[in-house]
Design a protein around this ligand. Sequence first.
Ligand SMILES: [Zn+2]
Ligand SMILES: [Zn+2]
Ligand SMILES: [Zn+2]
Length: 348
Amino acid sequence: MENKGQSPHRRWNPLRQSWVLVSPHRTQRPWQGEVGQKAAPSGIAYDPKCYLCPGNSRAGGAVNPAYESIFSFVNDYSALLPDSAAGPEAQASPLLRSEPARGLCKVLCYHPDHSLTLARMTRQEIRPVVDAWTREYEDLKALGWIEYVQIFENRGAMMGASNPHPHGQIWSTGFIPDEPAAETKAQGDHLARAGRCLLCDYAAAERAATQRIVFENEHFMALVPFWAVWPFEVLLLSRRHLGALPALTGDERDGLADALQRLTTRFDNLFETSFPYTMGFHQAPTDGKAHPEWHFHAHFYPPLLRSATVRKFMVGFEMLGMPQRDITPETAAERLRACSEAHFWPRI
Ligand SMILES: [Zn+2]
Ligand SMILES: [Zn+2]
Ligand SMILES: [Zn+2]
């Protein structure tokens, strides 16, 4: 017997202006059972071979200072360079279009301790990371030619992170990349049409519905979005309407540190593993224009589906057609709500 929510349907993502296919009935198909092998977090506080640990040398010869809190530097293997003067040669066909791309790629170490993750850092230790992200956004904006600052973290080998040391990246570009560009358009459209902020309206709808909210603190709200693609995808929304990190008050920065700590701990506890993900902030572009439509938020895109080792792949119909999910966002939120906020693998 199928009720309405259990039948295949598609859901609209108003922030990207795209659809996702939801097939909850598929979770009833035969399953081979969970694979074990839960990853234990690394217990090594200092790794002499790690290029991010304090005092170690990096490729190219630079030596990290003996930092005690956060530490940032320009990526030794940057995907973008500040002076990319000439683009490729002009092509005869207008279909073969390209242009020079300038940017700056930085790495931000969150903590000197090699064994930690955001989940196992304290709120007091995460706060300097929030401050550093804010400073980087302001400094990069002040350069004048940076149009977007993308702060993100790849966590875990499953997401391609080459080093377990707690760190994230900041890629800033002389253009607005596609994802934030799509969200700029969607939020601008909504403001023009409704006279209100898209994500403020969305937060109100989720608060009324309640079933997709994982938790809230005084300043932030963590929820599995109605249109989530990844099984345990989470959207972290500021409760106040603001466009970017520098607009956060001191209390709100503490609130962000608190929300990041609680969310990543719940993630780790879900399958008792160091939960892999790609996370990042979306905020107002730094292109010199006013962006009243922009509402600051973070996306968490974790690949795990059923256990510490079984992940979702975006292949087949998803590459050729559209994204698809089995477990509903409502069920995912319920699972995350049931997780403890005390880490299963505490710091010693
Ligand atoms: Zn390290
Ligand atoms: Zn808003
Ligand atoms: Zn976004």
